[in-house]
Design a protein around this ligand. Structure first.
Ligand code: IPD
Ligand code: CA
Ligand code: CA
Ligand code: CA
Length: 280
């Protein structure tokens, strides 16, 4: 039984309970999913576990906050991905829950134990609660705007590292092979000799939680969506780090090319990627 079930119906309590409940179920179905559907391509798959977890989370949120809006990767009908229009419309809502019920589906279907549940609440476009839950390690990452970020109940602080050469950086391989992948590969090639090493472990939300926890010094990835990033963005900023797009503009819910770090390496990190891209 997860220790994370909490009482009360504050935004954060509901978010934690959603993540704990969905995470427990996701873990219990590991290696036993029944259907594997292809979404946009063979690189983009979904199982009934993703959809079930999203439905579970939606129901719990709706029970407590029936007037709030919800944006989830698998869509209201669970199976229909959120469109650009749905995203724009959702961003107008006063209170918007942003859910990735299972971040790291590819890992999940292969039994690679690195995936998470990501839940954020935005008020008028600003993320005020961010939760990332890793059910395998039973690690809950929680941030509230202005109140810090915590893992396993302990306050998180980004890594102290001042330079790129002592940094451990993560990224993810985009499945947009025309624009994003070539740009990402140039970035990896330029960055690899300048940093300690690079990881691509397959869950953007968990990568960001690890930046907040100081386990990674930085993270960048292209072509992500609000549900991959919203919770992680608050974890990083509340743990004292910096979160922007890959050009250094402040993070907002529409950002798709993201770059997060401990702050100290932020400018150098952006510069290396920028130079790599400019070199063509
Ligand atoms: C994916 C993961 C992965 C990232 C992909 C995302 P999903 O999310 O975050 O790490 O590289 O771009 O789409 O589809 O497993 O929720
Ligand atoms: Ca997906
Ligand atoms: Ca995701
Ligand atoms: Ca997902």
């Amino acid at each position: 039984k997860t220790p994370y079930v909490v009482t009360g119906k504050s935004f954060t309590a509901v978010a934690i309970n959603c993540a704990a409940k969905a995470g427990e179920w996701i873990k219990s179905r590991l290696g036993q999913y029944k259907s594997l559907e292809v979404k946009s391509s063979m690189h983009d798959v979904v199982t009934e576990v993703d959809k079930g977890a999203e439905l579970m989370i939606r129901k719990l949120i709706q029970t407590h906050f029936p007037h709030h809006s919800i944006l989830g990767e698998e869509g209201a009908g669970c199976g229909q991905a959120a469109s650009e229009e749905a995203l724009k419309e959702a961003l107008q809502s006063e209170y918007l829950w942003i859910i990735d019920p299972l971040d790291g589906t590819t890992n999940y279907v292969h039994g690679f134990p690195f995936f998470s549940v990501s839940i954020a609440l935005a008020h008028k476009g600003e993320v005020i609660v961010g939760i990332v839950y890793d059910p395998i390690r039973d690690e809950l990452f929680v941030a509230e705007k202005g109140k810090g970020a915590y893992v396993r109940g302990q306050r998180m602080q980004v890594a102290d590292e001042k330079n790129l050469h002592g940094s451990l950086i993560a990224s993810g391989f985009p499945t947009d092979f025309t624009r994003a992948l070539p740009v990402n590969l140039k970035g990896i090639q330029a960055l690899a000799p300048k940093v300690r090493n690079i990881r691509t472990a397959g869950s953007a939300a968990l990568h960001m939680a690890y930046v907040a926890a100081g386990r990674l010094t930085g993270f960048w990835e292209l072509n992500l969506n609000a549900w991959d990033l919203a919770a992680g963005s608050l974890l990083i900023s509340e743990a004292g780090g910096s979160i922007t797009d890959t050009h250094g503009q402040p993070y907002h819910l529409g950002v798709r090319d993201v770059l997060g770090s401990n702050g100290h390496i932020h400018a150098d990190f952006i510069q290396v990627l920028k130079d790599a891209d400019a070199q063509g």
